[in-house]
Design a protein around this ligand. Structure first.
Ligand SMILES: *Cc1c(COP(=O)(O)O)cnc(C)c1O
Length: 395
């Protein structure tokens, strides 16, 4: 079968708009609430609290700023070690550095591709004084967050949940973002719903939320002039961005259903290939299926070599590797991506500690795994073609 490249690019995950976003943005414009106060902000705060089941949701400029505020709330200062998810987007960890903290990376578990609760326990044996843990839910798949939380509680540590990729995902009946003392959501353009940008800090602690409201608006004191007793930030979300988020929120579950259908279609399409989809705890969790990923069985991996900025591979009949598949996807005008490169392999974090149970699980998933085109506007026919393109790599 001779396949043609897609005429219109199929993205990994692009914004999906519905129309209401424009109405709420226009409402902000028409009422002149174009800045950091207004009805869109108030409504988004209320709706997100209801969805997550938390007391407070503070609207901020990004998921990154929400993580920064969470790390600051947790009291991290210069030289304090923080246990962090290793296989994640760098923003999870950068926030620790903003406050002078020192990350210690915790290896990944095979079951969910998230922080291993066992490796976390081992880390507390090595560094019993650590007081903060940052745990992400990669690709919208919940980590074993109750086990992680139990380890944190046992050692008196604060839990920060990075739910930037997992909005709407559920673990044991509870939304991700509801387990941490402080949690972060992101409304970046590629997330399950978007504000074009934006994020939120979630907490049950009213006092903590008030602190973030103050810090995120330049830490102004209640005085007639600009009076400051603390360092401030310009991290507050605008009412225009909140209008986009407000228009997207009613579509969250619809996006999740579409993403789930994509995941299931890949799973079915690949059932005779020597690959696995990104796994989740089917008994206890419902992912939001933000990105579909796969991992190639070891015995059908051809040789692949990655430098800091380059990748090469050596084709063998019947074998393939992420580099070959990604090249092929690109050739047909569709976007895949390597697995997020683990933090302990990043040059910027090369001097930081990495706690593993023996085998480096993150490095292995990075070597053999990849993220598949997961755009919820992709049609079943388009996805079938992508499945064919991928299958051809195993010939
Ligand atoms: C996107 C993302 C962030 C950062 O969110 P922004 O809104 O882009 O700042 C943080 N952590 C993870 C895991 C993410 O995927």
């Amino acid at each position: 079968m001779a396949l043609q490249p897609f005429a219109k690019k199929i993205w990994l995950s692009s914004p999906t708009m519905h129309g209401e976003e424009l109405e709420y943005m226009k409402q902000a414009y028409d009422t002149n609430w174009m800045s950091t106060l207004g009805e869109n902000l108030n409504v988004v705060e209320r709706l997100v609290c209801e969805k997550i089941g938390c007391n407070c949701a503070v609207p901020l400029t990004s998921g990154t700023s929400a993580l920064h505020m969470a790390v600051k709330l947790a009291g991290i200062g210069k030289g304090d070690k923080v246990f962090c998810t290793d296989m994640t987007f760098a923003a999870t960890v950068n926030a620790v550095l903003y406050e002078g903290g020192v990350p210690v990376f915790i290896d990944t578990e095979r079951d969910t591709w998230n922080m291993s609760p066992e490796a976390l326990e081992k880390a507390f044996e090595l560094y019993p004084d650590v007081k903060v843990v940052v745990c992400a839910h990669l690709y919208g798949t919940p980590a074993k967050i109750d086990e992680i939380k139990a380890v944190c509680d046992k050692h008196g540590a604060t839990l920060i949940e990075d739910a930037a990729e997992s909005f709407g995902a559920v673990y044991k009946g509870k939304q991700t973002g509801a387990f941490g003392d402080y949690s972060a959501l992101s409304f970046n353009g590629n997330k399950i719903i978007t504000g074009s940008s934006g994020g939120m800090l979630l907490t049950d602690d009213f006092e903590a939320a008030d602190k973030v409201r103050k810090w995120s608006t330049q830490s102004r004191e209640a005085a007639a002039w600009y009076q400051h007793t603390e360092i401030g930030y310009n991290y507050r979300m605008s009412n225009v961005i909140a209008g986009i988020v407000r228009g997207q929120l009613p579509h969250l579950e619809e996006h999740i259903a579409q993403k789930k259908a994509i995941y299931e279609r890949y799973k079915e399409g690949f059932k005779d290939l020597p690959v696995q989809m990104n796994p989740y705890d089917e008994k206890n969790s419902t992912p939001n299926f933000w990105l579909s990923c796969m991992i190639i069985d070891k015995d059908v991996m051809c040789r692949q070599k990655r430098g800091d900025n380059t990748a090469e591979f050596w084709k063998e009949p019947g074998k393939t590797c992420p580099t070959e598949i990604l090249l092929n996807l690109a050739k047909y005008n569709t976007e895949g991506r390597p697995i997020w490169k683990p933090m302990h392999l990043q040059p910027v974090y090369a001097n930081d500690q990495f706690v593993t149970l023996g085998e480096d699980v993150g490095a292995d998933i990075f070597e053999r795994g990849l993220c598949l085109p997961s755009d919820n506007k992709m049609t079943p026919d388009e996805q079938d073609k992508i499945i064919e393109i991928i299958k051809s790599c195993f010939k």
